[in-house]
Write a protein that binds this ligand. Structure first.
Ligand code: C2E
Ligand code: CA
Ligand code: CA
Ligand code: CA
Length: 280
């Protein structure tokens, strides 16, 4: 059999070409989706481990494309970051979710919950993020201390004095700050050392492994004790079974979130949860 380098190249080229075309069309579909406002938001409750009360809801973006079907945010958010669309997207989520929380606060006057929104670190490089929040608070009457931003490390949080200044200024205005996916980034520890953090969210991968690997259990126990020492809240993400919940509660993890308690739901379905805001 003859095999030339050129033949090998030709063999692989169509597949690569195909993939490049798909990536291009996803990009242009995403641009259209942003222009047309084709996104929705689901909300997932966060519970206090001990009181079992809902203490917050996390807004999670959803995109259902007419032909592709649902496109997961893990797929399109990194593309949006590269395309420079993430500012527009995160801002839309933030404004819509704040409007929704204001509705729920009217509907359930006794409700005391916070709104968590995910923010790409790319959007935290200047003060315009805070200017926008202050404008929203001003016109809507929204209390900025009801907001927590979850900083996702999709693109590495640069060693940035501007980001540090912004976070400090936001915290002065009452906005809470959470470090998302804690333990998966390069420098999670240096972030809690440098930035004014209120909450760490332990990545789901640790929760998934903790009952299978004693080492993971040790890591979790120590992260939770570190959080307590620093007076931070700690949310365990992706809790899927009772055994995980029991172990986390025993370790003193202050908050939990996951399919065991509630999946992310569209606003009307979440209202039913908020009518009786405790762990099922
Ligand atoms: P994340 O912020 O770490 O969000 C948690 C993800 O885990 C969500 O996936 C949620 O649906 C899922 N999840 C929650 N509980 C469980 C569980 O018990 N088991 C399992 N297997 N999964 C669980 P989702 O909604 O697909 O979002 C993926 C990621 O996309 C988010 O991870 C976040 O980093 C990003 N993202 C979502 N919405 C936004 C947004 O509005 N802006 C930005 N910048 N990023 C967003
Ligand atoms: Ca998050
Ligand atoms: Ca997370
Ligand atoms: Ca994540």
């Amino acid at each position: 059999a003859k095999r030339s380098a050129a033949g090998g190249f030709l063999f692989f080229e169509p597949a690569m070409h195909e993939r490049a075309l798909q990536a291009l069309s996803l990009q242009s579909d995403l641009r259209d989706a942003v222009r047309q406002g084709d996104f929705t938001i689901c909300y997932q409750p966060i519970f206090d481990t001990h009181t079992r009360a809902v203490t917050g809801v996390e807004a999670l973006i959803r995109w259902t494309h007419v032909e592709r079907g649902p496109v997961p945010p893990d797929v399109f958010i990194p593309i949006a970051e590269r395309m420079g669309l993430i500012g527009t997207i995160d801002r839309w989520v933030r404004e819509s979710a704040i409007a929704q929380l204001l509705v729920w606060q009217q509907q359930f006057p006794a409700l005391k919950i916070r709104l968590n929104v995910n923010v790409s670190a790319l959007n935290l490089r200047d003060q315009s993020f805070l200017t926008n929040l202050e404008a929203i608070a001003q016109t809507s009457g929204f209390d900025l201390s009801d907001l927590q931003i979850e900083i996702t490390e999709g693109l590495l949080l640069a060693d940035s004095p501007a980001t540090e200044r912004l976070l400090v200024a936001m915290r002065k205005r009452g906005v809470k700050i959470a470090l998302d996916d804690f333990g998966t980034g390069f420098s999670s520890l240096s972030y809690i050392d440098r930035y004014p953090i209120d909450t760490i969210k332990i990545d789901r991968t640790f929760v998934t492994r903790m009952l299978l690997q004693t080492r993971t259990m040790s890591i979790l126990r120590n992260v939770i004790s570190l959080a307590k020492d620093l007076d931070l809240d700690v949310v365990a993400e992706g809790v899927e079974n009772e055994a995980q919940y029991e172990a986390l509660a025993a370790m003193g993890c202050s908050h939990v979130q996951g399919y065991l308690f509630c999946k992310p739901l569209p606003a009307p379905a979440l209202a039913a949860v908020l009518a009786c805001p405790v762990m099922p």
